[in-house]
Write a protein that binds this ligand. Structure first.
Ligand SMILES: [Zn+2]
Length: 315
């Protein structure tokens, strides 16, 4: 199974109509068919660390001729299919594969009759919703890119002496249908697909993300956004609480230890965690209170008020 994609839709030329009409029972006119081109596969190393060498692509080019493209979710309905009427191996000028060879793409042209039942499919292709196709075929041999053997100790995906090891897919045996897949679902094919189960915490995904791409639903993105703004608000409260504690330490330490330079205390509180800062504030406050028990702003009433007020910020 490989992935390809639809390139564009276009008007069928007279030569193309001839090719199309080889597959139809009666002769269709250009306005009766909808045609589009697609890229089936290329000779680059894919994410499974496999690669079709050009010879394999040439063979596949013949094999895909006349094969159908099926709309994934409508497998049963025979008129929801397109047929490949032309294939071609195209060179991508100036582009190289990971292995340093000239990039070659196996492209195909397919048609759909313009029937009422196909209107939706055509709309989905034109709008880009149906863009990717999955292509399946079988090969007789897989050979190692490093040593050429079918069985060896090299592991695809690893590099040996600076050279990437991958599997060469050789001697195609058959090409099967290709199927359209709507883009959102297709994004996951071959890629790690990770939806959170209902009720599963987003933290779990954030703390141990899987390898590869992560796919989130809109609801999950909204949930992360909601949690983020909640935390941002809490962080603001925390900062306010911290400033209050710092000011308290500076104020009470000036009373309890007047010989201590303010700069030293300022530097000291900066390095403290919130818990230590809170303990320090309490200690200096008590020291200051015991030294100046009658000072109005340090009276028990004010003290209680302060506790209540801080209580809201305690984490
Ligand atoms: Zn090998």
């Amino acid at each position: 199974m490989k992935e390809g994609y639809i390139e564009k839709s276009m008007e069928a030329t007279a030569a193309e109509m001839e090719a199309i009409n080889r597959y139809t029972r009666r002769n269709y006119r250009p306005e009766e068919v909808y045609t589009f081109s697609l890229v089936l596969c290329d000779n680059d190393v894919d994410r499974d660390f496999e690669c079709f060498p050009k010879e394999s692509l040439e063979k596949l080019s013949e094999m895909f001729l006349g094969k159908t493209c099926i709309l994934d979710h409508e497998r049963k309905s025979s008129n929801q299919t397109a047929r490949i009427y032309q294939t071609r191996l195209e060179r991508a000028a100036g582009q190289r594969t990971q292995a340093g060879e000239e990039l070659a793409r196996l492209t195909a042209k397919a048609y759909l009759p313009r029937t009422q039942g196909n209107e939706e499919t055509i709309e989905l292709i034109d709008s880009g919703i149906l863009k990717e196709v999955s292509v399946s075929c079988s090969v007789k041999r897989r050979a190692c890119s490093i040593c050429g053997k079918e069985e060896c100790a090299h592991t695809a995906g690893k590099t040996y002496g600076g050279k990437l090891a991958y599997a060469l897919l050789l001697e195609p045996a058959d090409a099967y249908e290709c199927s359209f897949v709507a883009v959102p679902a297709q994004r996951g094919a071959g890629v790690v697909k990770r939806f959170l189960a209902p009720g599963e915490k987003v933290e779990k995904l954030l703390s141990s993300p899987p390898d590869g791409e992560v796919l989130l639903t809109k609801a999950q993105v909204r949930e992360i956004g909601r949690r983020f703004s909640q935390l941002a608000e809490k962080a603001q409260w925390g900062q306010m609480y911290r400033r209050e504690l710092e000011e308290g330490v500076l104020k009470y330490s000036a009373i309890a230890q007047p010989q201590m330079p303010r700069k030293v205390m300022e530097a000291a509180v900066k390095g403290l965690g919130l818990g230590e800062l809170s303990m320090m504030e309490r200690a200096y406050r008590q020291m200051a209170q015991s030294m100046l028990p009658l000072k109005p702003q340090l009276a028990p009433d004010g003290e209680e008020e302060r506790e209540t007020c801080n209580g809201a910020f305690l984490i």
